[in-house]
Structures are given as C-alpha cells and as structure tokens.
Design a protein around this ligand. Structure first.
Ligand code: KG4
Ligand code: ZN
Length: 341
C-alpha cells in the first residue's frame, strides 16, 4: 500500500449531474460537476433532456478536471464510471465515454455502483488529519431514489438492514415542494425556508412499517390532503405559512428517519453512524445527527456538502478500493437502471 501511485479518472452521470474527478490513490485532486438547470421548469428530471445535457457537458467537465488536477491523460492508471442504478440514457453517456477512453489509452475500466459510491464518499481523502469511520459502521443513505440503512462491514462489504418499501425520502422532499409550488429539486428549498419556521406548528401522520424499513408514500399523500384541506379554508394558507409548513414537514421526515437509526444502533450495538446521499446535505438532519453524539455516546460522520449530492469523487474512491481488490470491469458491460448494493 505504501508505494501506490494510482491515478483514477472517475465519471458520474447517473441522473442530472455530469461530474468528473481525478484521484491520486485515495486523495482527491479535482472534482468538477456540471449541474443541469433545464429540469427546474419541468418540476423533475426529464430523462431525455438529461442525456442530451450529459453529452454536451462530458468533454468540457473531463477537460476541466484534468486541468485542475494538473494531470495528463497518459498518467492515468484506470477509468471509473457509474454503471447503475440510474437513468438508462444518462448512464449510457458516461459508460460509453469511459469505455472509449479505456480502449483508446489501454487502461482498465472499473464499474461502480452509485449507492456504494455515496457510502464510500466518507473515505475520500483531502488531508492527512482526517478521521475515517472504522468498521462496522451504520450508514443512513438518503437520496432522490433510495433510503437505506446499511451496515458497512468493510469498504466493499455491505448489509442492508432497512430500506424504504415505496418512495425515497428525497422524493418526499421533492414532491412536497412541488405541491407547494417550489421548483425542482425542492429538498434544498424546503431546508432553506424551514430555517425561518416553527417546526412544531403542524403535525403529520406517521406510517407504521414493521422492522427497520421505511415508507414515505403515505406521508407524501397526507401532506397533499393537508395542503388541499387548508387551501379550501384559506386560499392564502401556503403563502402565509410556508416557513412553518416546511419546518414542520422537514422535522417530521427527520424524526421518521432517525427513529429507525436509533433503534438499529441500540439493537446492533454499533457506535459509529454515517449519513450519505443528497438528503444528507439537509442542515437540520446534519444537526440532529451530530446531536446524537452526546445523546447516544456515539461517533458520527457527516460528509462535506460537495460529497453529499452526486459527484464523481465518490465514484473514484469506490473504484480505488475495487482496483485494490483487482475487481475490474468489462468493455461489454451495459448500464443497470436498477442495481442492488
Ligand atoms: O444523491 P442525490 O444528489 O441524487 C440521487 O442519487 O438521487 O440526491 C438528490 C436528492 C433530491 O431529492 C434533493 O431534493 C435532495 O437530495 N436534497 C436535499 C437537500 N439537498 C439535496 N433534501 C433536503 N435538504 C437538502 N438540503
Ligand atoms: Zn446519488
């Protein structure tokens, strides 16, 4: 391990962000992401438009990452790419690009599972004083498409102990935002508006799911009825109460998320908790997870904002550990829209 000198170029294009990172071993040298604004006006990601934007963005993003890292293409040791889960057309753009580059300069291709990437983002190195989780740790992975409670036994050894049986918590944020007339993606806007609101003002129904699984679809529907009923009584209800609505709804989602986290920590005796995925950028969730350190006497790991939402650095770090295990990809691989951890 001491003398490793691996340079990985990583590409992430599973949804609506085109990202390229360069890593030297486990240290990130560049992580450049182009966000697609086009979807805002449609209230959600339009797959065909996402693929087209990836095609436009991929070469400039790769060039910008190489420039920032001050690396020439012939120094690269491997190309990493997200193979799934995600939107088929979006994945295809990244995978085709990565295969071509791998063939052109004759270096290995490494296929990365996007959800493993979110978790392993905790191992991205930026300096020598960082504190990494030790194994086993529990990771609450919360994104636009997934909500999972994962026991991480090793860098590439995962056990799912709980997951959503319907919608992801990111969808519960985004769909509520849409009902409130906010643009996509609504999660960050709800977070922002909630800061000025009273989180105890409104109450929402809890859904009862056995074990450590989650369900967000009923919560989302009860939110819709709550808004519709109140609008019938007062047509300015949303306008007059937007901050309190956001704060109360967000607090409810976080309470649902953390209930199972606490129960699982108790049941397993695990004393390290990490959060990952786009929703882990939520300021109230980050605060409440941090507070668990004193409440439960555990250690918590909260990613930098840059590594919460989709990024290629997390794909690069996962590829680094796969490369150490000699787990290489194949030029005949196809994207996986659905893929288990
Ligand atoms: O991980 P991610 O970037 O993409 C997927 O893999 O899905 O997660 C995107 C999700 C969206 O639902 C977005 O609304 C949510 O993360 N999100 C947030 C915040 N920032 C992003 N949700 C709540 N609060 C935030 N600050
Ligand atoms: Zn993601």
């Amino acid at each position: 391990m001491q003398n490793l000198n691996i340079y990985i170029l990583a590409i992430e294009s599973s949804c609506d962000d085109t990202s390229c990172a360069i890593l030297h071993n486990d240290m990130v040298l560049a992580n450049i992401t182009a966000n697609q604004k086009i979807h805002e006006q449609y209230g959600g990601v339009v797959p065909e438009l996402a693929s087209r934007d990836h095609q436009k963005n991929i070469v400039p993003v790769v060039n910008a990452a190489l420039k920032k890292a001050n690396i020439k293409i012939d120094q690269l040791s491997a190309i990493a790419v997200t193979i799934g889960p995600g939107l088929m057309g979006s994945l295809l753009v990244g995978l085709s690009f990565a295969k071509s580059l791998s063939m052109a300069i004759a270096i290995p291709l490494i296929e990365v599972n996007h959800m493993q990437g979110h978790i392993l983002a905790h191992f991205i190195k930026e300096n020598n004083e960082q504190n990494f989780p030790s194994f086993p740790f529990l990771c609450l992975t919360v994104s636009g498409g997934h909500t999972q409670l994962v026991k991480v036994n090793e860098h590439l050894n995962f056990e799912i102990l709980g997951s959503t049986i319907d919608d992801a918590v990111g969808e519960a944020f985004d769909k509520a935002a849409k009902i409130l007339g906010l643009p996509y993606p609504g999660g960050p806007l709800i977070d922002k508006l909630a800061k000025e609101g009273d989180s105890t003002k409104f109450k929402f129904a809890a859904s009862h799911v056995p074990g450590f699984d989650y369900s967000f679809s009923g919560i989302k529907t009860s939110f819709l009825y709550f808004i519709q009923n109140n609008l019938q009584k007062n047509e300015n209800f949303v306008k007059e109460n937007i901050a309190d609505i956001c704060a109360s709804y967000q607090a409810h989602l976080i309470q649902v998320l953390l209930k199972n986290v606490k129960a699982l920590l108790k049941e397993t005796g695990i004393t390290q908790l990490a959060i990952a995925g786009g929703v882990s950028a939520n300021s109230e969730l980050r605060k409440q997870v941090k507070d668990l350190e004193t409440e439960l006497k555990i250690q918590t790991f909260i990613p930098k904002f840059e590594y919460c939402t989709d990024n290629a650095a997390m794909i690069g770090i996962t590829a680094y550990y796969k490369l150490l295990n000699n787990d290489l990809g194949s030029l005949s691989s196809v994207p996986q829209a659905r893929m288990s951890l």
